[in-house]
Design a protein around this ligand. Structure first.
Ligand SMILES: *Cc1c(COP(=O)(O)O)cnc(C)c1O
Length: 858
């Protein structure tokens, strides 16, 4: 029988156990092991069946058992202690509170996905997990941040694999009442409703769910409410589900609706309004337009409001893969960006923000990342290499500037150690190293013997092996209409075999099947009688990506071969819960993307935090952290003739490393069976690499390098009735007006006949300013090593000074080029090159490239 309606009835927990409800209501349990132990104690078996989700668990627990505990003084005391601990965590001063004055009041952090726990499946992959970890670390550090996202009724999707290896998607409906969420309400108790005006007089409405992630509130907008038409109720049905118009509606809701929800929440809760807005990827870019509309309503022009919004906005790009960037049909966007939706905003001004550089504005696709960068004065990529790649990729937005000038910095991602460190490692850190802080424990200490450490690692490997067998058996039954799984499934994998993990989404650039380049070679590595290797693999392909599904199918079919199936397994339905068992169980984490398309990658970080070594292409985070003790670098064949040759070369290097370096090292044992050198490397990784990989390091960097400057800049701009924003907008308009005529007309150099190191090059440059004053412009010499391809390397810059104007008459006429002079010391031997350029100058610009205006000597 199929129910016509479903809902969740919450458990009645005895009053004396109210601490349990309070603890279940704050998602800190998702990373706080002591709280989990408190729940587990109630019924360890049921706890596992409920996938360690306290809300579901309390709904299922036998009331008699709760009655029993309500009479157990020891348990009541334990629960009260944990409750007091939570309350203290929520209120005590933490790192951010020690920073003193001039810090952001509130940061609004927007992301289309948040991965907090598998019980709240609102994520598809790395971006979501990162956003979840960002909130958790912000909570730990006391950073006043509000998360803003959407509530997707079916999340992303659940994956199963058909007997012939094809991915199948299911969309189980989530019941928000069965989750630790509450509705944002007005003081009279009615739910807050966010409304967006749509074309033809229609409206889109949303309610707002609140989740508590430690000290952080996450707001999630949900259109599945009766005030919407049936069609509009489905706007938040799935994450990355639809294309075109459906996706546009989601992003209008996230950006515009999200900004409105933040306003309701802060005023209802008495939280200071945000002074910093953080957009993750282009998806939430419309929030900038909503804020511009608000300032226009307060009397500013579009250009003035834009300056104000930019000052307090941070844009983070998370991918160099074009398919990862949203682009909409211009006509479609035009239909939605009306003055009913955004009062006071001229649609043409809004549309111009999304025009791709160099494209015809009348036909250009509307590019969300480009809009994001135009709306944010502060921008970053997510690893050093990705910062470089982004400066090139988006360089056309700042035409005439070198990639090095492009104002996109980088902050390398990190992962939240308490979420991602296995309880077994936490336990051994507590019992032998005297700390529960696994990220900063002294893992090299003699207090912990290699044998004991290796034993813990074996336990984690065994846990993975058992978990994998259970998952495969369940998947089998599901695919074979309930029949029991065959016996061989209960024997797959082995807790004493070198275990390699590979799990991630399956876009082509991640090359799930690189390992299958030479199937015979892989087969012999897996089945090596002395040094066997086993692989545990998982990953979801986007439902519309048949190419990705074909890759999964190839892999699954390879792994189905009877002589290999206990050495290589594909586990369906990769999620946070699986990830938390997978990383600790692996000895080696494999990552082989096409360099440089992995912006950062975080799974290898999580593996390292659980005592795995990395075997990876030098991409993303690994490009800046790789070290001999931390794992192995798979050389990239960047110079290969074509993609096929590149794959073949990189796969060959992978096999060679696995067979002759990784496996040999792993099976090198002492008399007690401990791989001493391997363990030394793993302990070194935990001691010196793991502390660099934490989300706490990342969030501190965001606060110091981006949030704080953004808040300060926004404060300057808004002070005194937004005087600076008005001034800057007026000045920028004047400079733009003159710029077509600004020219470096002539450059003379002297002082060196046959140049030697130490000589001084004297420069005289004549610059036509077209009525701009010398204060409006910086004239500078840009110099360095000149290269054969006519570029300058190792670039340095020095300002030239305007020569004093002695003749009052010519100054007044201000016509004709102005003379600038300066010197450059030739302090290096070798090929030298220089040029002279003029760029706009204003104290409120953060970068010389900001306006995208430059005049270079020709
Ligand atoms: C960490 C993680 C990811 C991201 O992994 P990448 O290495 O960045 O691709 C995806 N899914 C889950 C469940 C994760 O835990």
């Amino acid at each position: 029988m199929k129910p016509i309606r479903k809902f969740t009835v919450r458990a009645v927990v005895p009053g004396s156990l109210s601490a349990l409800e309070e603890l279940a209501g704050n998602l800190r349990w998702s990373w706080h092991e002591p709280t989990r132990r408190l729940f587990e104690h109630i019924d360890p078996v049921l706890w596992r069946t409920c996938e360690r989700d306290p809300v579901a668990f309390l709904g299922e627990v036998d009331p008699a058992r709760l009655g029993e505990l309500a009479a157990d003084g020891g348990y009541l005391e334990w629960a009260e202690r944990e409750r007091a601990g939570l309350r203290e965590y929520l209120s005590e001063p933490r790192w951010f509170q020690s920073l003193g004055a001039r810090v952001p009041a509130t940061i609004a952090y927007f992301s289309p996905e948040f991965g907090i726990t598998e019980a709240l499946p609102q994520y598809s992959g790395g971006l979501g997990i990162l956003a979840g970890d960002h909130l958790k670390a912000a909570s730990d550090l006391g950073v006043p941040l509000i998360g803003v996202g959407l509530f997707y009724k079916s999340g992303y999707f659940s994956q199963s694999i058909s007997p012939d290896g094809w991915q199948q998607e299911r969309y189980p409906v989530l019941d928000p009442d069965g989750l630790p969420l509450s509705v944002l309400r007005d003081p009279d108790g009615s739910p807050v409703q966010i409304t967006l005006a749509l074309p033809d007089g229609a409206s889109l409405h949303a309610r707002v769910w609140k989740a508590s992630i430690g000290r952080i509130t996450l707001l999630m907008l949900d259109t599945d409410i009766p005030t919407n038409t049936d069609e509009l109720r489905t706007v938040t049905d799935r994450l990355y589900g639809g294309g075109g118009e459906h996706r546009l509606l989601q992003e209008l809701l996230l950006g515009i609706g999200g900004a409105r929800a933040v306003r309701s929440f802060t005023s209802l809760s008495g939280t200071p309004a945000p002074d910093v807005f953080h957009m993750n990827e282009g998806h939430a870019g419309f929030l900038g337009l909503e804020r511009i509309a608000t300032y226009i309503g307060e009397g500013l022009t579009f250009a003035e409001a834009l300056q104000l919004v930019r000052a307090g906005t941070v844009f983070t790009t998370h991918t160099p893969v074009p398919a990862g960037i949203d682009r909409f049909d211009r006509g479609l966007v035009e239909r939605y960006l009306t003055s009913s939706l955004l009062p006071g905003v001229e649609p043409a001004d809004a549309l111009a923000l999304g025009v791709e550089p160099g494209a015809d504005p009348a036909t250009s696709a509307f590019n969300m990342a480009v809009m994001g960068l135009r709306l944010a004065q502060h921008a970053n990529g997510v690893s050093k290499l990705h910062g470089q790649v982004s400066r090139r990729m988006f360089g056309d937005l700042w035409p005439g500037f070198d990639a090095d000038d492009v104002p996109i910095t980088s902050i390398t991602n990190g992962v939240h150690a308490p979420t991602w460190t296995d309880p077994a490692l936490l336990g051994v850190a507590e019992s032998t190293l005297g700390t529960g802080d696994t990220e900063h424990a002294d893992w090299r200490s003699d207090a912990l013997s290699d044998a004991e450490f290796w034993n813990v690692k074996r336990r984690m490997r065994l846990q993975l092996v058992e978990d994998a067998r259970g998952r495969l058996a369940a998947a089998w039954s599901e695919q074979h209409s309930g029949s029991a799984a065959p016996k061989w499934i209960s024997k797959v994998l082995d807790p004493d075999t070198l275990t390699v993990g590979f799990a991630r989404r399956v876009p082509t650039y991640k090359r799930l099947t690189l390992m299958l380049q030479d199937p015979e070679r892989l087969r012999s590595i897996l089945t090596n009688p002395e040094r066997p290797v086993q692989f545990v693999i998982a990953g979801k392909s986007h439902p519309a990506d048949d190419e990705g599904k074909r890759l999964i199918q190839q892999l699954v079919q390879f792994a189905q071969q009877p002589e290999l199936r206990d050495r290589i397994v594909f586990l369906p339905d990769y999620d946070i819960g699986m990830a938390q068992v997978l990383y600790p169980g692996c000895d080696v984490w494999l990552n082989n993307p096409l360099r440089p398309l992995e912006a950062c990658g975080t799974s290898g970080m999580k593996a390292a935090m659980n005592g795995a070594l990395n075997l990876s292409i030098l991409d993303g985070w690994w490009a800046e952290f790789a070290g001999d003790d931390y794992g192995w670098v798979i050389p990239s064949a960047d110079a290969a003739g074509d993609a096929g040759e590149r794959d073949a070369l990189e796969a060959a290097a992978l096999y060679e490393l696995l067979e002759h370096h990784v496996a040999t090292r792993y099976y090198e044992r002492d008399g007690d069976g401990v791989p001493v050198e391997w363990v030394r490397r793993v302990r070194q990784t935990l001691a010196t690499l793991a502390p660099e990989l934490g989300a706490d390091r990342m969030v501190r960097q965001y606060v110091e390098e981006l949030y704080r400057p953004a808040a300060e800049h926004a404060a300057v701009m808004i002070a005194d009735d937004a005087r600076s924003a008005r001034d800057l907008a007026a000045w920028a308009a004047r400079v733009r007006g003159s710029w077509p005529n600004v020219q470096v007309t002539h450059v003379e150099s002297g002082g060196v006949d046959s140049p030697h190191v130490g000589d001084q090059l004297q420069l005289r440059a004549y610059v036509e300013l077209d009525g701009l004053s010398a204060d409006d412009v910086t004239v500078e010499v840009v110099y360095g090593r000149s290269r054969a391809d006519d570029t300058i390397d190792a670039v340095r810059r020095a300002s030239l000074a305007p020569a004093p104007v002695t003749d009052a008459a010519s100054a007044a006429a201000s016509s004709g080029p102005r003379l600038y002079t300066g010197t450059v010391t030739l302090d290096r031997a070798g090929a030298f090159g220089y040029t002279v350029r003029a760029v706009p100058r204003h104290p409120l610009l953060l970068s010389t490239a900001e306006l995208g205006l430059v005049a270079v000597a020709t």
